[in-house]
Design a protein around this ligand. Structure first.
Ligand code: HEC
Length: 725
């Protein structure tokens, strides 16, 4: 019934391709890459043993034809080697392997090369991203991968540079700044190289940014085209290929708040896919900036091209079609989640489709030639819309969901974290199933009527993390599971429950195996057809990234990055059953009969709760609560509880002394460690109020620990509430 993208061409052309690959191999190891031969593209299209682009191939299926490890022997998997990355932040990249060398990007946009058979480090390229840039990142200093092309690697950095690196030596070939330095842009997504163009997006919609995608010449770094996702100032064309589309898109925006704030959003921070036959590059666009549509566009309009799939020509950036999944988004429902291309037989007809399980909870199948929606069904519980009207392609909205217009909070499911977020899904043409790292949780959307764009930090127009006691969550508790979804019939086939929401991306293989790491640090293999668990190993640290697989000298390996973080303080919980544990970022590589062993996990570091007495009055503490929620919670945890990488400030020695406190919070004492001065948005009294609030919360905590012997709260059970991405 279902066929994957059949390998193109006859045996002859496959052989020609193989020969061509060999030529490239020589070109790579010897001299400058040959300008005549499109070897980079050919390898990305068809190469079994290697993993040459982030989603393995341009269709981003993350399906490997390797089958040495299969459902009959996966129980024999073991650790083949591991490498410490000497960091403790979120790790989100899919490694690449080309001709025996593994390339990984890590937090802070560092790129490293290892011998793929034993983990021997070959080189490290550190772009020296200033740690103060952390405050411009919505979701940690993460990086989701590098691109490889003709012996070069390409990485986007957290501070907006695109850098070409010689894959053999790790030396920089060129570097360009792709974003304005004075605005809060970041790059966390993997570049893609198509027809000699390096395609790169950016993030920033939580902070206040206007999204765009740029293509650079892979050889020289020269800019070739730029496509803006949302319009800028009326009457002022950008002089870019998107100008005609921006003129039409402007009709769907209201007022002037979005462009006066240099915002609007739509940032394409992750998913791209490419169809070489149709010659279409598919761009997944992001949420509105600010989130709140009242604050952004007078509460009106579809606000094109937010939350859309936009198809353009990769060489020129020329627009071909778009499909908007969420008109007038105000729920952070990005369409930046994995875009997967496949050929499916639907109603007896072979269709070229594009599949996506975006944050908004509907699984979309689009005709990728025309952009018309073929079907869209809920893959998780959804309450913002009842269905997608296939005739118009538009959602049938729940009127209650328009919180900014109604001035009334809305408990949305999916939440801003999505039914599925960036951890990539995979499609197996062998089973015809899509494997989705799925999660269910609801969060309140609360409009901030006093919203004004701040010069530092988050700018959503909402009160993130506000408690809404008058509303009850439509979902009692958050959960996560690996789900197998039949895209043709739009229905769930099986699910494998996980301990928590926020789990890793997916790899599917021809061995009938699906691989996934979990947020609690297990690496698992399950049978692709029914989800039966075949293998599970605790890797000590939460896994969010997607695994990949490769073969060197006849042996198949499976690799994944471990590292807790990402969406601040919520994607990952560093509290296990024995208390807080260390966050040990690593490459973990598995093979049949692997015998490597991780050293024992270090003992949990004791946290000392020693707050001074509460002296402030109730009004001051309330003001501190407000300021903390607005400026600090995103990194240090909602309601002063941190379960992630940033210190839990109730336990911080800095709350004991007002001068020390000020030196960190207002004078930037720890700026080089990622904790910048907040003097742009806080005066002395406000900073002091935050300290007083934290003292009160610490005292509350102390009383609770005395009452409960610490068990519950030590594990971060006090509603560690989540937010954006
Ligand atoms: C963008 C993320 C981010 C935001 C937002 C943020 N911080 Fe931090 N903060 C950090 C990081 C990272 C560290 C750890 C620095 C280090 O390793 O020493 C830190 C450390 C601190 C420390 C030192 C804690 C200790 O015991 O070592 C204090 C105090 C602090 N932050 C206060 C605040 C306050 C108050 C706010 C809000 C006004 C705030 N932070 C907002 C990232 C952030």
């Amino acid at each position: 019934m279902i066929s994957g993208r059949a390998p193109k061409g006859s045996l002859v052309s496959r052989a020609a391709l193989a020969a061509a690959c060999a030529v490239v191999l020589l070109a790579n190891t010897n001299t400058a890459p040959s300008g005549l031969f499109p070897g980079g593209d050919a390898r990305i299209a068809a190469d079994d043993a290697n993993w040459v682009t982030t989603g393995r191939s341009y269709d981003e299926q993350r399906f490997s034809p390797l089958s040495q490890i299969d459902d009959s022997n996966a129980s024999r998997l073991g650790l083949a080697w591991y490498a410490d990355l000497n960091m403790s932040r979120g790790e989100e990249a899919t490694p690449l392997v080309v001709d025996g060398v593994m390339y990984v990007s890590t937090a802070w946009s560092v790129v490293r090369a290892f011998d793929a058979t034993n983990g021997k480090p070959l080189w490290t390229f550190d772009p020296a991203v200033p740690r103060s840039q952390l405050v411009n990142a919505c979701c940690d200093a993460v990086n989701r991968g590098v691109a490889w092309w003709r012996g070069r690697l390409y990485v986007g950095t957290l501070d907006g540079r695109l850098i070409a690196i010689d894959a053999r030596t790790g030396k920089q070939a060129w570097s360009v700044q792709t974003t304005p330095r004075d605005l809060p842009y970041t790059i966390t997504g993997a570049p893609r190289v198509i027809k000699g163009r390096v395609i790169i997006g950016n993030g920033g919609a939580e902070l206040g940014a206007r999204g765009f995608v740029t293509a650079y010449d892979a050889m020289s770094g020269r800019k070739v085209w730029r496509f803006y996702v949302v319009p800028g100032e009326p009457g002022k064309p950008d002089g870019e290929v998107s100008d005609p589309q921006m003129a039409t898109a402007r009709e769907t925006w209201s007022g002037d708040a979005w462009w006066k704030q240099k915002a609007g959003g739509g940032n394409a921070w992750d998913a791209f896919a490419y169809d070489p036959e149709l010659d279409l590059l598919y761009i997944g666009t992001g949420n509105g900036s600010p989130w709140n549509r009242m604050a952004r566009s007078e509460g009106k309009g579809d606000n094109l091209y937010l939350s859309s799939i936009v198809a353009v020509r990769p060489e020129t950036g020329e627009y071909v079609w778009h499909y908007q999944e969420v008109p007038g988004d105000e729920w952070d429902y990005t369409a930046t989640q994995s875009i997967v291309l496949a050929d499916l037989v639907i109603d007896g007809k072979k269709r070229k489709v594009l599949m996506q399980a975006p944050k908004n909870g509907f699984f979309y199948i689009l005709d990728r030639e025309t952009g018309k929606v073929i079907s869209a069904e809920k893959y998780v519980p959804v309450n913002w819309a009842s269905k997608i009207d296939l005739a118009t392609g538009r959602p049938v909205e729940n009127p209650e969901a328009r919180y900014s217009e109604l001035g009334k909070p809305f408990y949305g499911t999916p939440s801003s974290l999505g039914g599925h977020n960036w951890p990539p899904m995979a499609f197996s043409p062998r089973t015809g199933l899509v494997y989705i790292p799925t999660q269910e949780l609801a969060l309140p959307y609360v409009s901030d009527p006093a919203y004004k764009k701040a010069p530092l930090g988050y700018n959503t127009g909402n009160r993130l993390g506000a408690s809404v006691p008058q509303l009850t969550s439509p979902l009692k508790e958050a959960k996560g599971y690996l789900m197998a979804w039949d895209p043709v019939n739009q229905r769930e086939v099986w699910r494998a429950p996980r301990d928590t929401f926020g789990n890793g991306g997916i790899l599917a293989t021809a061995g009938n195996v699906v691989f996934q790491g979990t947020g609690t640090g297990f690496f698992k293999a399950v049978r692709a057809t029914d989800g039966k668990e075949l293998f599970s190993l605790w890797g000590q640290t939460g896994i969010l990234a997607a695994p990949m697989t490769y073969m060197v000298r006849g042996k198949q390996y499976v690799a994944v990055l471990a590292g807790c973080g990402g969406v601040y303080g919520s994607a990952c919980n560093l509290y296990g059953k024995d208390g807080r544990h260390a966050n040990l970022d690593r490459v973990l590589v598995f093979a049949l009969d692997g015998r490597a062993k991780l050293p024992d996990a270090p003992a949990a570091q004791a946290m000392v709760l020693d707050p001074p007495a509460v002296t402030a009055n109730v009004a001051t503490i309330a003001e501190g609560d407000r300021q903390y929620a607005l400026r600090c919670a995103v990194c240090h945890g909602y309601r002063a509880v941190s379960t992630g990488n940033q210190p839990d400030l109730r336990y911080s020695p800095f709350i004991a002394d007002p001068d020390n406190w000020r030196s960190v919070v207002l004078d930037g004492l720890l700026a080089n460690a990622g904790m910048v001065s907040f003097s742009k948005v806080l005066d002395h009294d406000q900073a002091e109020a935050i300290r007083q609030y934290l003292i009160a919360k610490a005292q509350e905590q102390r009383a609770r620990i005395k009452g409960e012997k610490g068990t519950k709260e030590q594990k971060g059970a006090d509603e560690p509430v989540m937010h954006a991405s």
